[in-house]
Ligand binder design. Structure first.
Ligand SMILES: [Zn+2]
Length: 131
């Protein structure tokens, strides 16, 4: 679990939620949506580690090492929604592969049919080849 440093702590207990309030040629100012705390980031000489830490909430994932913090900050519902999106993506049907395989089966079927096999025999051959 990621530890919050005392000076970085947001009274919301959910990490600061900084959003840009002003942009200038030399940098930008951001304010926390919860507590109004402001930070300035210069374009030149930006402290990457501090920036990353200030925006830690944006990098939490609903799985893995930061899962606890993700749930604390965004809630169980959001974690489930994210997982659902991933599941949907993983379950997406690969139509190109199915079309390719179907074409291969048809070709095989035709060949076997010409060689004198019955449909029943061909189906059983395909089943055997698959397992
Ligand atoms: Zn804050």
């Amino acid at each position: 679990m990621i530890q919050l440093m005392k000076d970085d702590e947001c009274p919301s207990k959910k990490w600061h939620d900084y959003r840009i309030v002003a942009e200038t040629s030399s940098g930008q100012r951001e304010r926390c949506n919860f507590c109004g705390h402001e930070v300035c980031y210069p374009k030149k000489g930006l402290n990457n580690v501090k920036y990353l830490k200030d925006h830690a909430r944006d990098f939490f994932q609903h799985v893995g090492r930061t899962a606890d913090e993700f749930i604390r900050v965004y809630g169980e519902k959001k974690a489930k929604e994210n997982q659902k999106l991933i599941d949907q993506k993983n379950n997406k049907v690969d139509w190109d592969l199915i079309k390719y395989e179907t074409k291969e089966y048809l070709r095989y079927w035709e060949k076997k049919s010409h060689a004198g096999f019955t449909d029943k025999e061909i189906i059983s051959q395909i089943k055997n080849a698959k397992s």
